[in-house]
Write a protein of this length. Structure first.
Lengths: 525, 281
């Protein structure tokens, strides 16, 4: 780390004010002014860095400035670099990097919407988070109260870009969809069957989550984190707890770390099994989904015997996990896991025996590897398109550092391979759980909690079943949260769906969308 | 093809016979908390621990009124852990659906010691105390629909936790179609809207339009703590709270998320095919 610090000081003596490492493996580079461009180019060119997230914080009343934070992941380095950039209140603007880094297109626009800081030079500066009929408000500014009552909205909810051409027409879909899924609006421009251009509008389920975290007692924050995206309750819960634990210097007992690994992998298995079945359904192969539904129920039953909740609610806590397992409970996992393993193997064999299903899934919804890299696609969708990245392996957290496992990576980037990544990962997760049960140490399931000091900042990254989840928090007075930034993997991956559907027929959209299976609630918060 | 048939024969019927048989609940399963109002020496720690404000109290003139709202409860068990006197304990009850919001409320009034602990229980109530079992809804619906029902699910802002369990109603284990109930793609084909919440500002219009597009008589069922009350999200600049803040609701199904059997209970309650189990008990 020190050579990296020296290098930055030497290269950018006028830009860099300080470089610190307040939390292990998290370097914070504070700049003098809002122009981050030179540093970012340096990271990307010299360190093969990847931008993970961009977000802002309102520190006007405390320090007289806003801050933008740019989180970087440097190739082959387990530590994170957080570039912290002051933006004066009088001149609320920062240079946009979205033209160079399409991966942060939405996130920069979120900063515009939530904080009223202009992303100067953004190639598409329209609203993304606030719908077009919202008044001119910036909800994450401290001056905006959580319970502000906004007047009834007027005008168009969305203004879509027009599409022209002979025989070109638009198909609006949503926000209420045909299946049991979350709301979002899709506007397809088509000429005949093939999709020419897809416009997405998300944030229908925006419910003020990040604002709610502010001033929330930390112990309640864990439950809110579980509700960021209900299908990722353990992943988001763990990410939140880890950020707090790192900020406050809480040492999580070994036993709790291994228990968290088991819970995280159970969540992965349950969701992957459901997705495999759902992808088959969307290709018209319903019997596979019936079996997947059964297998998923077996996993949920196991969840319930371990935690009291089928969908793993209320499992993690600051300092560890909420409930200790009774003697024999962990050992009983194996019996059920073996059944799940066998049943899932049969399910996969059934799907693979169907040529017509394979025909529907292969070459459908292709996301090319170079596109995936440019767009910063993460998780399952990334690994199906050649992005060899997994936080569990690259930035080990909890007990993952002591485990070895295979990270499946494919280059084809089609629906079939997004399914294949899931199939492979179910197998790996089963092995991980076995290894974790075998090595589960004795000891405490939870560190004793003390009051958490204010003004501490830290980030955390967790490989949820969908992909990379990042939380960043600042602690406040009285055991409360001052700011909590939540980045769900979905926010990275939505723009990739736009690419993947291009040229495909409208009838294949459901199966393509399902193969990504992004969280609307995680995106919208 | 042979493989597929072989597997189907091998598996046989996977369906659980709820409600004829109670589901096999795990030992650890957490249903709703139960309150021994007589023995409760202090409501404050539980109220402080509750992440959603399901337990609240108001003190005045040495009297404390405690309200417990199962329509906000996420069954987390923090109240049990926080109450040292053992007056709060988690049960395995999950059939909590009700056709009246008030049935989900418990209240207790205490005379207080100077230090704020409870001296004496003055009175306590649970729900209305007089329940017409889903009657209001069921009569018209039953005569019109016979034994079939079409449901349109609407996510009006949920975290997708409830959706996971609603999807599970279609799997072979819970198999909602055995009741003649199925999920449909359009509100125009629907008899029932199964709505999860909280209702966001951005979904308000879509929810109203979906409701308007559903032919009468229509039943609205609000699902989960957020669908009933806004849950942990409550009411804020982006959230309007529960479904009944926007459209009239016939049945409420508590839970976070409600397990599939709890959803089935609520749906069947709305049809008058099951009895309400909270309120006048």
């Amino acid at each position: 780390m020190t050579t990296f610090f020296d290098e930055l000081h030497d290269r950018f003596p006028d830009l860099v004010r300080s470089v610190e490492e307040p939390v292990a493996d998290q370097a914070v580079v504070l700049l003098n002014g809002p122009d981050v461009t030179a540093i970012v180019r340096h990271f990307i060119a010299e360190h093969q860095a990847r931008i993970v997230s961009v977000f802002a914080e309102d520190r006007v009343s405390a320090e007289g400035v806003f801050y933008n934070y740019y989180i970087f992941d440097r190739a082959g380095d387990p530590s994170w670099v957080i570039v912290k950039v002051p933006i004066p209140e009088r001149f609320p603007s920062f240079p946009s990097l979205a033209a160079e880094l399409p991966a942060i297109n939405w996130q920069e626009r979120e900063i515009q919407d939530w904080f009223g800081l202009e992303a100067a030079g953004h190639p598409n500066p329209r609203r993304v988070a606030l719908h077009d009929n919202w008044p001119d408000v910036h909800p994450l500014r401290k001056s905006f109260a959580l319970d502000t009552e906004l007047a009834p909205f007027e005008g168009e909810q969305h203004v879509y870009r027009p599409t022209y051409g002979e025989g070109v027409f638009q198909i609006p879909v949503g926000p209420v969809h045909a299946g049991i899924i979350e709301p979002g609006h899709f506007n397809f421009a088509v000429a005949g069957e093939p999709i020419l251009y897809l416009q997405l509008r998300m944030f229908y389920t925006h419910k003020g989550t990040e604002k709610l975290f502010e001033n929330m007692p930390i112990h309640r924050g864990v439950f809110l984190a579980e509700s960021i995206s209900g299908d990722s309750a353990v992943s988001h819960g763990t990410a939140f707890c880890e950020a707090v634990e790192r900020a406050a210097g809480i040492e999580v007992p070994q036993r709790a770390q291994w228990m968290r690994v088991i819970l995280l992998e159970l969540e992965r298995i349950a969701n992957h099994v459901a997705d495999v079945g759902a992808i088959a359904t969307d290709a018209g192969f319903v019997i596979a989904n019936a079996h997947a539904g059964r297998v998923r129920e077996m996993v949920l039953g196991l969840n319930e015997t371990l935690t009291g909740s089928r969908v793993l609610r209320g499992t993690v806590a600051i300092g560890g996990v909420r409930r200790e397992w009774q003697p024999g409970q962990a050992e009983a996992i194996e019996g059920r896991l073996a059944i799940v393993e066998g049943e899932f193997r049969d399910l996969v064999a059934i799907i693979q025996s169907s040529d017509s299903t394979r025909d529907r899934l292969e070459h459908t919804g292709v996301l090319r590897p170079e596109k995936a890299r440019t767009l910063g696609v993460v998780g399952v969708a990334g690994r199906a398109s050649g992005v060899d990245r997994d936080i569990r392996r690259d930035h080990p957290y909890e007990a993952y550092g002591g485990l070895t496992f295979k990270v499946p990576v494919y280059q084809a980037g089609d629906v079939r391979h997004r399914m294949q990544v899931r199939i492979d990962e179910v197998g790996e997760s089963i092995q991980l759980i076995r290894a974790a049960v075998a090595r589960l140490p004795e000891g405490s399931h939870r560190a004793p909690t003390h009051p958490i000091p204010p003004g501490r900042c830290a980030m955390s990254a967790v490989e949820g079943w969908r992909g990379e989840i990042v939380h960043w928090i600042r602690t406040g007075e009285g055991n409360r949260i001052e700011r909590c930034k939540v980045k769900d993997p979905s926010i990275n991956n939505w723009p990739a769906i736009v690419e993947a559907v291009e040229g495909n027929i409208v009838a294949d959209f459901p199966v393509i969308n399902k193969s990504f299976n992004l969280s609307y609630s995680g995106t919208d918060r | 093809m042979f493989k597929i048939l072989q597997k189907s024969f091998h598996v046989g019927s996977a369906t659980a016979d709820y409600p004829n048989l109670s589901p096999r609940l795990a030992e650890e399963f957490r249903g709703c908390p139960e309150f021994d109002f007589e023995a409760w020496s202090d409501a404050r720690p539980a109220a402080e621990a509750c992440p959603t404000g399901a337990i609240s109290f108001r003190d005045s003139d040495g009297l404390r009124t405690v309200t417990v709202d199962y329509g906000r409860c996420i069954f987390c068990g923090e109240c049990e852990a926080a109450s040292a006197d053992g007056a709060v304990h988690m049960t395995r009850r999950f059939e909590l659906a009700s056709s009246d919001r008030r049935d989900l409320l418990l209240t207790a009034q205490y005379r207080l010691h100077p230090d704020g602990t409870h001296a004496e229980l003055e009175s306590s109530t649970s729900g209305r105390g007089d329940v017409l079992i889903g009657k209001r809804v069921s009569e018209a619906i039953q005569s019109l629909l016979g034994r079939s029902l079409a449901i349109r699910q609407v996510d009006a802002g949920s975290c997708n936790g409830c959706e996971q369990e609603i999807v599970a109603l279609n799997n072979p284990v819970h198999d909602i179609e055995r009741f003649g109930i199925h999920f449909v793609a359009s509100p125009r084909h629907a008899d029932m809207l199964l709505v999860t919440g909280p209702v966001t500002r951005n979904m308000e219009l879509a929810l109203r339009k979906t409701w308007a597009a559903t032919p009468e008589p229509r039943i609205v069922v609000a699902v989960g703590a957020c669908g009933i009350s806004g849950g942990i999200f409550g009411v804020n600049y982006a959230s309007l709270g529960g479904v009944d803040a926007v459209i009239p609701v016939d049945v409420y199904i508590p839970g976070c998320p409600p397990r599939p059997e709890a959803l089935l209970h609520g749906i069947l309650l709305a049809l008058g095919r099951m009895r309400q189990r909270v309120g006048a008990i």
